[in-house]
Design a binder for this molecule. Structure first.
Ligand code: SAM
Length: 250
């Protein structure tokens, strides 16, 4: 049926395509994708041939409007180069416009490097914050890390191999006591997960420059900080109660 289908694709191992994804890619009227060459390769592997349109959130407004209008009569799949569309990938403007226009939108979930990295890291995952890519400029990167330092959750970043040691250096400076995990080449031949304090990982990757795709994770603040915060909150509550009862007595 017509509408937008958000389709996750593999992040390395092609076996991670879902049965539903294959079904929709085979039966849709066309595919909006980041890069027609990358998606073309996936389609070829699946033995599917379909019209493809390049889409990103910076595409011109009129192109997006045309695409959305076409979904009144056509089933359009949205894919990114790898993984789940909209996780550090284009798509949200398209979904937003579809919602505004009353076009049906449905999701076909699947591989996502952030979630696979989180699972592989063994870091606490009851609370996590996905923070995309760290900025490439030193000052901006430091500011983001300082802002995130207080968040009581595991932090999940996307990273590139050439920038890993710079990011680890910045993490060592801002968050030296936090466990860090590097999940590299997930689902691929050279999948590797390393976990230690920032200094340990920095020493390792300086000696062994990494290749491939990387998810970088930083564990939550150590227990003592969290309980200090709890203690602060209790103290503030107690003061409030005291003030309230004083006010009532007056
Ligand atoms: N939307 C994708 C997803 O759901 O995973 C992510 C797209 S983002 C532009 C690309 C980044 O994802 C890479 O730089 C890397 O940080 C991460 N990534 C993608 N595939 C990966 C893999 N197989 N192993 C580790 N990280 C991966």
């Amino acid at each position: 049926t017509p509408g937008l289908y958000i389709v996750a694709t593999p992040i390395g191992n092609l076996g991670d395509i879902t049965l539903r994804a294959i079904d929709i890619l085979r039966h849709c009227d066309g595919i909006a994708c980041e890069d027609t060459r990358v998606t073309g390769k996936l389609l070829k592997h699946l033995g599917i041939s379909k019209p493809m349109w390049r889409y990103d959130d910076h595409s011109e407004h009129k192109d997006r409007t045309r695409l959305v209008e076409s979904m009144r009569t056509r089933a359009v799949a949205l894919v990114s180069d790898a993984g789940t569309p909209m996780v550090s990938d284009p798509g949200y403007r398209l979904v937003n416009d579809c919602r505004a226009e009353g076009i049906p939108v449905t999701a076909l979930p699947g591989a996502c490097a952030a979630i696979a990295g989180l699972a592989l890291s063994g870091l606490p995952n009851d609370r996590f914050l996905f923070a995309g890519f760290l900025p490439s400029k030193d000052k901006a990167r430091r500011e983001v890390l300082e802002e995130l330092a207080a968040v009581d959750a595991t932090l999940v970043f996307y990273e590139t191999a050439p920038r890993l040691t710079k990011s680890l250096t910045a993490i060592e400076a801002s968050l030296p006591n936090r466990e860090v995990a590097v999940a590299r080449e997930i689902t691929k031949l050279h999948e590797e997960v390393r976990r230690s304090l920032p200094s340990g990982l920095l020493a390792y990757y300086e000696a062994n420059p990494p290749k491939g795709e990387i998810v970088l994770l930083v564990g939550p603040p150590p227990e003592s900080i969290a309980s200090e915060e709890d203690a602060d909150a209790l103290l503030i509550d107690a003061l409030r109660t005291m003030k309230a009862s004083q006010a009532a007595a007056q």
